[in-house]
Design a protein around this ligand. Structure first.
Ligand code: AMP
Length: 411
């Protein structure tokens, strides 16, 4: 790698989309810009359809957002279009300043406990995990293959959503089912959103002026997908998602925790197929199943208008959240902070207020004035007297992926 190579391209490849960010990880010698400066961000949607769309914003050049519409048949076409946009801003993939490409990979199983430089063997292992992540890993693999073909000489790094959770003890990670069956099919709790939980738990420690090894944090990642984690001294000891991202909290479209026998019932009594049940629980449940909306802003607006269905959906969402705060307080024994993050966690003050309401005996409280502040910065929202800090910590998965990627290729 060239001494001047300080840029990292972060790719998050979905089945029909690619999100990307180009970051500069080298701090300016004059202190002009910090490591992690975003040079460009963008998104390609509807890959494989006739109306694919690329939205590109060259932040470095202070440029305006550019939108391109037109058929992009596959990820290769999409990535080539992204490369062309970057090149138009003088940020092309052939630049000697590009140090590495960091890929978000959803499932790393038990094998990948840390970011990993991708070679053929690593790619084969990620493919071996497709049966446990059929919705996610194939798209990540396509993104990796395409990027490798474009820049075969460049280090490419996989950063796994599951990696942060591989420290979970067996008693938290195992389901109480027949061990031989579980092991034969690699059925266990892996957890997801690990990059976010890692970043936010570390930032929360920073906010408290402590080293991550000194604090116990409950991280509540509340986006359209949502998960909680219990982090003891910087290590994850439990998390709410399981074999797949279906388990745990009530989410935008996923049910979260549910009696597994509901699926037998839906099959035997309601006559639904496995695929229909899968779709019901992953796409038509959670907030959208309960009230027809999965956007918390809309749900709050409806509640303000007296809508009972929206109210009940909100109450179910909060009830589940409270159960996890209680459970993880017990798992950790001592809690230093509860950190809210992601779209709902960062923006929805009523969710934060309701989630800790009535938990004063557990040392949890929210200051109404602090909770109402809107800011993109990490901040405390608990009153001074509260035993447990309550924080809002904006997540930044792309920065975390870029940092891990850059650290690895410079190691
Ligand atoms: P994410 O998956 O982290 O991008 O979060 C997306 C979700 O965040 C949306 O579906 C909304 O429910 C929620 N959200 C975003 N902005 C706001 C806001 N200003 N107030 C309440 N909820 C919000």
């Amino acid at each position: 790698m060239s001494a001047t190579a300080t840029r990292v391209l972060v790719l998050n490849s979905g089945s029909s989309s690619v999100k990307y960010q180009l970051l500069d990880m080298g701090a300016e010698p004059d202190g002009g810009s910090a490591a992690g400066t975003r040079l460009a961000v963008g998104l390609v949607e509807r890959i494989g359809e006739e109306s694919s769309r690329l939205v590109h914003t060259p932040l470095a050049a202070g440029g305006e957002t550019r939108e391109t519409e037109g058929a992009m048949a596959d990820h290769e076409a999409a990535l080539k279009a992204v490369a062309a946009e970057l090149a138009a801003d003088g940020l092309g993939l052939d630049s000697p300043e590009l140090a590495a490409i960091g890929h978000r990979v959803v499932h790393g199983g038990l094998k990948f406990t840390a970011p990993t430089v991708i070679d053929d063997a690593v790619l084969a292992e990620i493919e071996r995990l497709v049966p446990v992540a059929p919705l996610h890993n194939p798209a990540n693999i396509t993104g990796i293959r395409t990027a490798r073909a474009l820049r075969p000489d460049l280090p490419q790094v996989a950063v796994f959503d599951t990696a942060f959770h591989t420290t979970m003890p067996e008693h938290a990670a195992r389901y109480a089912i027949d061990v031989a069956t579980a092991d034969a099919h690699r059925i266990r709790r892996y957890g997801f959103h690990g990059t976010s939980h890692a970043y936010v738990s570390r930032k929360t420690a920073e906010l408290l002026g402590k080293d991550p090894s000194e604090v116990n944090v409950i991280v509540l990642h509340l986006g359209n997908g949502a998960s909680a984690s219990a982090v003891a001294g910087g290590r994850c000891v439990d998390t709410s998602m399981g074999l797949t991202p279906l388990e745990g909290l009530v989410m935008g479209t996923r049910s979260g925790d549910i009696d597994a026998a509901v699926t037998f019932h839906l099959k035997r009594v309601a006559g639904m197929s496995t695929d229909e049940i899968d779709e019901l629980l992953n796409k038509k449940s959670g907030l959208i199943g309960l009230c027809g909306d999965n956007d918390m802003r809309e749900i709050r607006r409806r509640i303000d208008e007296g809508d009972e269905r929206a109210r009940l959906a909100f109450d179910i969402y909060i009830h589940r959240l409270k159960k996890y705060i209680g459970a993880y307080s017990a798992v950790l024994g001592k809690v230093d902070a509860v950190a809210f993050t992601a779209g709902v966690g960062e923006n929805a003050a009523p969710v934060r207020e309701a989630a800790v309401a009535g938990l004063e005996e557990m040392g949890l409280a929210v200051d109404a004035t602090l909770n109402a502040v809107r800011s993109g910065e990490p901040r405390l929202i608990s009153p001074d007297y509260a035993r447990v800090a309550v924080a809002v910590v904006p997540t930044d998965e792309e920065l975390e992926i870029a940092q891990q990627t850059y650290a690895l290729v410079n190691a």
